[in-house]
Design a protein around this ligand. Structure first.
Ligand code: SF4
Length: 395
């Protein structure tokens, strides 16, 4: 099937998202398994290849309303480079009005001039990798920035005119108390972040952190301790005016408009909307097809230099894969699974397929179910993986 036919088969008219992966970091953090290299001398070659990829990737008639520059450390790019990337993207793709343009930033790289330059280039949303406001935790995670730099990053960004600022925080660090985690949340809210992503520390295979865990040098926090921190997070942020909309994501809610500060781009990953990813290791999803680029900068550069797309693999999702995906990503969000859409795409109906399980979950106070939506409760979210597995075992 041609790419265009695949797109038509999807029949979607949802606006798409464009993701650009910037695969450079000053140093690798101990817990991170995102693809990046520390040889910054390759930035020029990467930018040239990215422009080539933009002109060659099939845009499939998509209209985009979000552009997310992630990484890696995109704030290693100069404002002039970011402006050039945005100009090339503007030329290569079709855009709706009022595009959300996010840049991920590392506090260790931010200066007043740099931030002003990004804004001038057109970036209207900043996502800062703070991770913690506690020096011992930052050191333990292998981060380059200090507590003072984390605070200053937010203050400088606001002074540069950014109002839509998100930040990442990590919880579940061994030895982290509710008090110390509470202090991180307190600081993030007091500094005025519009969006807070709270990620549970995970020990990803192949990372130095996971190696130390397997060698017995690190004892991960217990599941009970992590659950307590999660419950604390949801309660604290709700009390401070932040609405949870995904298991790890919270946005400041305004009277009558709790969408304003949500990440438009990230919501595409949870709603089944199309997205195209550019750069090494970036993933794309259009219609029923998913494809992904090589997780190697050398291979990415090499392929584009000889006129090849840097695609490492692709798959067309089967019916079963699409059902599983609808369940997993739906249950992650507070809006839940879109039952109407599920019933348009699959038979037997959601109600019939999961009848006994739904009754059990609702009775146990773990899920809420209407003819439109099926969402986990706060308690249910704590059991997300096991509940999602129970849904899948009914298929
Ligand atoms: S956490 Fe961020 S800064 Fe650290 S290695 Fe990963 S991508 Fe780079």
């Amino acid at each position: 099937m041609s790419a265009q036919a695949l797109w038509s088969a999807a029949g979607s008219i949802e606006p798409a998202g464009l993701y650009i992966h910037v695969p450079f970091c000053l140093r690798k953090c101990a817990y991170c398994d995102f693809y990046s290299v520390t040889d910054l001398s390759l930035i020029g070659d990467y930018l040239g290849a990215l422009r080539l990829e933009m002109t060659r990737v099939p845009a499939l008639g998509l209209a985009f309303d979000s552009l997310y520059i992630g990484g890696g450390t995109p704030s290693l790019l100069s404002p002039a480079d970011v402006a050039a990337v945005l100009a090339a993207a503007r030329d290569a793709f079709s855009w709706q009005a009022g595009v959300e343009i996010t840049l991920e930033a590392n506090p260790a790289t931010l200066t007043t001039e740099r931030l002003a330059g990004y804004r001038q280039a057109g970036v209207n949303r900043l996502h800062i990798g703070v991770q913690s406001f506690q020096t011992p935790h930052l050191e333990w995670l292998g981060r380059l920035h200090s507590t003072a730099a984390a605070r200053q990053a937010l203050q400088l960004a606001m002074a540069a005119g950014f109002d839509n600022i998100g930040l990442d925080l990590i919880y579940g660090i061994p030895g982290q108390s509710s008090e110390s985690w509470g202090a991180d949340l307190e600081e993030a809210t007091a500094l005025g972040a519009a969006h807070i992503s709270c990620y549970m520390l995970s020990f990803e295979p192949g990372t130095p952190l996971d190696r130390r865990r397997r060698e017995g040098k690190i004892k991960p926090a217990s599941a009970e301790a992590v659950s307590r921190l999660y419950e604390f997070t949801v309660a604290f942020l709700a009390a401070n005016g932040y609405a949870q909309y995904e298991i790890s994501n919270f946005a400041r809610s305004e009277k009558g408009n709790d969408q304003r500060w949500r990440s438009r781009h990230n919501q595409k990953y949870w709603s089944g909307a199309p997205y195209i990813g550019l750069g090494p290791a970036a993933h794309s999803f259009v219609g029923r097809q998913r494809y992904w680029n090589h997780r190697s900068l050398r291979r990415y550069l090499g392929d584009l230099a000889v006129g090849r797309q840097p695609v490492a693999g692709r798959e067309t999702l089967s019916r079963l894969q699409r059902q599983i995906e609808a369940i997993y990503i739906g249950l992650r969000t507070t809006a839940g699974i879109d039952v109407v859409r599920y019933n348009q795409d699959f038979a037997p109906s959601f109600e019939k397929q999961f009848d006994a399980l739904l009754k059990r979950l609702v009775q146990a106070g773990l899920a809420a179910f209407t003819p439109q939506r099926c969402a986990l409760t706060r308690r249910g979210m704590l059991l997300l993986d096991s509940i999602a597995d129970q849904f899948v075992s009914c298929l």
